[in-house]
Design a binder for this molecule. Sequence first.
Ligand SMILES: Nc1ncnc2c1ncn2[C@@H]1O[C@H](COP(=O)(O)OP(=O)(O)OP(=O)(O)O)[C@@H](O)[C@H]1O
Ligand SMILES: [Mg+2]
Length: 316
Amino acid sequence: MDMIEVSGLVKSYGPIQAVKDIQFRVKKGEVVGFLGPNGAGKSTTMKIITGSMAPSGGSVRVAGFDVFEEPLEVKRRIGYLPENPPVYGEMTVESYLRFVARLKGISGERVSKQVEKSIEKTDLGSVRKRLIQNLSKGFRQRVGIAQALVSDPEVLILDEPTSGLDPRQVAEVRALIQELKGEHTIILSTHILPEVQTMCERIIIINRGRIVAEDSLAGLSNRMAGSVNVRIRVARPGPALEQALRAVPGVVTVVVADSGYSLQMSGEDQAVEAIAESVVHSKAGLLELRREVVDLEEIFLKLTTSEESQTPGSVP
Ligand SMILES: Nc1ncnc2c1ncn2[C@@H]1O[C@H](COP(=O)(O)OP(=O)(O)OP(=O)(O)O)[C@@H](O)[C@H]1O
Ligand SMILES: [Mg+2]
């Protein structure tokens, strides 16, 4: 069953259309990354999923419950780390977590147990009696994650969980999210690529309020295979070799480049293998054969820098 189903989601802030027909599904236990530049509509979409904000149109179901018809059923199942968590600086970590637990409707005798569990998971034991306002940013972020976990929700919505943290804290929060995998269905947002590369099974790239690509990490790279280039350097270049290379299935263009060739490919590994064979066969004296894979960074830039948004799922 799909844990989260979003369809036809639209949100306008006055004249600004922040979300334009967003549609996707998340399976139980999946970890999905929302990736997109500033202002793409990630936070808006997350706010709507968690029931913290009404959309202008469309629907959201979490565990089968409609967010607008049964908001309490949905809120009970979601732990949410907002982009700007509300500050309860004058509370201690522990009293704040107890407060959130009660707010989430956890019954009296379970409050302590749940608070202990979330303190343990987020490694906040050493600061549990400290006032939140005196904590460092990294610890405050962990408190934010702890409050999202306190009701042991099926779904976690984490809006930029590592933003503003130093590299060590980033690593710690990532490790924490790794641990939470499997126990929860997770959507996290980021505009940092390595984040989704290390943590997510599936990536939804959002740009200007639309989904411009949605795929697994491997799938997204594969779909860009049209941009895989192979560079060859040979001792004795010549028209015969050039012609042989053009004849290899999967080779789109052959450009003569410094003491060799630059090939643009549409195919996969078999084509690279065939190229290698044809160069060796031609006895042109193979010096170097290099495959240049387009990395996710380039894919991301391609998908998010175009003036007009692409059709959902398409790749330029
Ligand atoms: N409360 C609001 N009132 C008016 N416009 C808003 C409001 N919140 C967001 N917007 C606008 O909606 C668009 C999407 O914003 P959103 O915060 O969802 O983007 P985001 O992808 O989370 O960006 P970031 O990476 O900067 O957090 C932006 O153009 C933003 O300026
Ligand atoms: Mg945001």
